[in-house]
Design a protein around this ligand. Structure first.
Ligand SMILES: NC(=O)c1ccc[n+]([C@@H]2O[C@H](COP(=O)([O-])OP(=O)(O)OC[C@H]3O[C@@H](n4cnc5c(N)ncnc54)[C@H](OP(=O)(O)O)[C@@H]3O)[C@@H](O)[C@H]2O)c1
Length: 401
């Protein structure tokens, strides 16, 4: 029986993980859960799964949850809160496997501490790898534990890499191909980008996901983060990670080997499959998540339009420099995506503000999670300041060049 902690249990990945656990009660058991502010769903999950510990983001919501659980006769469930609460959930002695699925850097400390505590970690939270990938992978190596990607592209690459060697003695991998659906604006002319609405940007063609990752998919920043994530997870330089637009999202990613062979992973577009793969690795077990090859008609591929989607180029730049630049990239993106969702800025302002924050961030390599978090706070403040300054001057953010 594998005992599981879910960081971000109320989110899209968290709920999909619970659905996988539900399907295999003989294999998996929920040990601990961590959520943010959705106290009602956290209560439902606590009643259904009876975790040892559950954490919420704030003291107030955890107090309310504790009271409700007492009322439901579940006073034995420990309710904690905040960053320390999430760390407790991730490092609990009764946990074997941690699903890291909190959105943004809020999940960083707990993910790092889970690795440090020798837990096997299934990584959905790509921001952790973007801001602190070097530190996390070094710690996982030290612990001798795998980091298992849940992000569908990296999960596909992980599967394809089982087809060749990539170790100290032999490197048979030529290149990693990351597929991109292209998002909702693949065929939208650049001249129309200025009038893109929040609703249009949230309408992803193939995946149903949280809001931030959906907007990041529309700008292709999500693909940029995935480039950085791939470099760090699989220890390859950015020039050997190539993005290819594949609108059908049938192939989740590919690996090209030195002999010219290319392995691709095909499956349904359902996150329960990469979650199941990570939870059962190195085994594969039967599932009903079938892909019908006979329904397949087209597999189209073309290079991404870097001029139309400047976020992708910004991510490559950050990947080449590393350290504080990738932290600035992620922090600024989180701030500006939030501002876009609140309709404070336009779609085209997103890369412009991120570029400004990156340009103002000195190159540095960070040695600890605390330093990473400090650099993240600084970049975030800077991004907010740019937004604020512009609105104080009464200028539309759209005017930033
Ligand atoms: N969804 C996908 O298909 C997909 C695919 C690949 C990778 N990912 C990555 O997986 C991560 C999660 O994505 P998602 O789509 O599941 O996001 P989501 O639906 O927005 O869920 C985010 C989760 O994080 C929790 N959370 C937010 N702030 C928190 C805090 N301060 N402390 C504790 N918990 C907090 C939320 O709790 P509340 O809701 O209770 O506030 C929620 O459970 C992201 O990094 C994303 O890039 C997602």
């Amino acid at each position: 029986m594998k005992r599981i902690a879910i960081l971000g249990s109320t989110g899209s990945i968290g709920r999909s993980t619970l659905s996988v656990v539900e399907s295999y009660p003989e294999r998996f058991q929920i040990a601990t859960l961590a959520a943010g502010n959705n106290a009602d769903l956290a209560f439902e999950q606590a009643v259904r799964w009876k975790p040892r510990v559950i954490s919420l983001a704030t003291e107030l919501s955890s107090e309310m949850l504790r009271t409700k659980l007492r009322g439901a006769g579940l006073a034995e469930i420990e309710v904690v809160h905040g960053a320390a609460g999430t760390v407790r959930v991730a490092t609990h002695a009764d946990v074997d496997f941690v699903v890291s699925a909190i959105v943004g850097v809020s999940g960083l400390e707990a993910t790092y501490e889970a690795v440090r505590a020798g837990k096997t970690v299934g990584l959905a939270n790509k921001e952790c790898m973007v801001v602190a990938g070097e530190l996390i992978t070094a710690e996982a190596r030290k612990q001798g534990k795998p980091l298992l990607p849940i992000d569908s592209e990296h999960n596909a690459i992980h599967q394809c890499l089982r087809g060749g060697r990539m170790d100290a003695e032999a490197n048979e991998v030529e290149r990693i191909w990351l597929t991109a659906s292209g998002g909702p604006f693949l065929h939208t002319p650049k001249s129309e980008f200025g009038s893109i609405t929040v609703q249009q940007a949230l309408n992803h063609p193939t995946w149903k996901m949280g809001k931030r990752i959906t907007i990041d998919s529309a700008t292709l920043m999500n693909k940029g983060f995935e480039v950085i994530e791939a470099c760090r997870l699989f220890n390859v330089p950015p020039d050997r990670v190539q993005v290819i637009v594949h609108p059908q999202s049938t192939i989740h990613s590919l690996v090209e080997f030195v002999d010219g062979s290319i392995l691709a992973q095909i499956s349904v577009t359902d996150m329960r499959l990469p979650i199941l793969y990570a939870l059962t690795y190195p085994e594969r077990i039967p599932s009903d998540l079938r892909f019908s090859l006979s329904d397949l008609r087209h597999l189209d591929f073309y290079p991404p339009d870097m001029a139309k989607f400047p976020c992708l180029e910004l991510a490559y730049e950050a990947a080449r420099t590393g350290g504080a630049q990738t932290i600035a990239l992620n922090a600024a993106d989180e701030v500006v995506v939030g501002a876009f969702l609140e309709e404070q800025i336009g779609f085209e302002d997103i890369p412009k503000i991120i570029k400004e924050v990156m340009a103002a961030t000195p190159a540095a390599h960070l040695e600890s999670i605390q330093e990473v978090l400090r650099a993240d706070t600084e970049a975030r403040l800077l991004a907010r300041e740019i937004v604020k300054q512009r609105s104080r001057k009464g200028l539309p953010i759209r005017a930033i060049s």
